[in-house]
Design a protein around this ligand. Structure first.
Ligand code: FAD
Length: 261
């Protein structure tokens, strides 16, 4: 049994194919258009927004005499007027590691605009149970002892069952191992550390950060999405400029006046 801490890895993000974007800008007659965005994510969001009104430069659309020049101002307006679909183009790819099945089961309730790859506990044998001690009980020595001992007992049972069922025998077929591993996981604790890959777009991410760092949400998902918010706020300052943070019940609560854009 090992004590773990949930981890967040931002492993991928949408990037611009420069030559193609330049070809498009030439095509619409603004080859010199530039953005002061510092990331592809923010620049591309701006491009998709400007495409809607042809507002790359004043006069390109004769109806548009004035434009917001800076990426920050431009995205601020997109968010304030709830032109939310523009935020759907950028996908971020996360891996959440050493998170429990309590966390992953809540995460997968967010169905819209996500891709999910969950570590299979039918394939992956539980040889080494990871346990994140919940903040609500970690100061209580007696409770922590009960929880840690339960994990140790359940981990030993997984090993005993694997031996009893001959999982490591040379001639054991993989299909058979899969069935047996799946049977064994039924007595594993819900708090066992596992991993999940989760990709989503900025529009949905803003919504999930708000819902899941809220003080009413469960503490592990609050912890994880607090970390997510910190990463994205730093990396994409203009897409999350309106988010403010305060500590509530010992964890960060990220909120914005622009709810569910
Ligand atoms: C504090 C808290 C406690 C919770 N407790 C429970 C619980 O006890 N039991 C439980 O089952 N769940 C619980 N949930 C999960 C909750 O009910 C939602 O399933 C979850 O938060 C996903 O939210 P969502 O629908 O906004 O997300 P998504 O599924 O990602 O959807 C995003 C948005 O798209 C729209 N949308 C999505 N699907 C539809 C649809 N079919 N029709 C119309 N519009 C749609 C909605 O506007 C929705 O907000 C809890 C969530 C929180 C934050």
């Amino acid at each position: 049994m090992r004590i773990v801490e949930p981890k967040v890895f931002l492993v991928g993000e949408t990037r611009i194919m420069k030559s193609e974007l330049n070809a498009y800008l030439r095509h619409i007659g603004v080859p010199k258009w530039k953005s002061d965005a510092t990331t592809d994510a923010e620049k591309l969001t701006e491009v998709y927004g400007r495409l809607c009104y042809r507002s790359f430069v004043p006069g390109l659309n004769p109806n548009v005499k004035k434009i917001r020049e800076r990426n920050k101002d431009y995205l601020e307006n997109v968010i304030e007027v709830k032109h939310g679909s523009v935020l759907e183009h950028i996908t971020l790819n996360f891996i959440f590691a050493d998170v429990s099945r309590v966390f992953t089961h809540e995460l997968v309730r967010h169905r819209v605009g996500v891709a999910i790859s969950q570590e299979s506990l039918r394939f992956v044998r539980l040889t080494d149970l990871g346990f994140w001690p919940p903040l609500a009980v970690r100061e209580n020595e007696k409770v922590m002892e009960v929880m840690s001992n339960t994990f140790k007992i359940l981990e030993k049972l997984q090993k005993d069952l694997a031996e009893e069922l001959g999982l490591d025998e040379e001639d054991k077929k993989f299909a058979e191992k899969k069935k047996l591993t799946s049977a064994m996981r039924r007595i594993a604790p819900l708090g066992s550390a596992t991993a999940i890959g989760w990709s989503t777009n900025i529009r949905n991410l803003r919504h999930v950060i708000e819902m899941r760092t809220d003080p009413a949400a469960e503490e592990e998902i609050r912890l994880v999405f607090g970390k997510v918010a910190e990463i994205v706020k730093e990396r994409y300052p203009n897409l999350f400029a309106d988010y403010e943070v305060e500590i509530a019940d010992g964890l960060p609560w990220w909120h914005t006046k622009n709810k569910k854009v």
